[in-house]
Design a protein. Sequence first.
Length: 115
Amino acid sequence: VQLQASGGGLVQAGGSLRLSCGASGSFLSINVMGWYRQAPGKQRELVATITRDGRTNYADSVKDRFTISRDNPKNVLYLQMNSLKPEDTAVYYCNIETTPRRGYWGQGTLVTVSS
């Protein structure tokens, strides 16, 4: 299974970015998909998750600014990030849980928010 994330980049505070993550490989289905991030010197943290039927969960720090979504037929995960802040600067990783039950991580995409 391979995850290919894209969409990161440099943006000014208050700006927007949209991350994408495509999954390919051998699996029956993808159950939960999620975005995590790791800032320099910090531990990886949850940003948002979404179940196959669309239930979402967000970290308090991104609620009302970020929106997670997915395209089930295409096995693609998205993260729309609005009103970005310098503290959102991090490497963003996508994660999936499949059937058969396994977890996979993408390679990460860097988001840098300048003040």
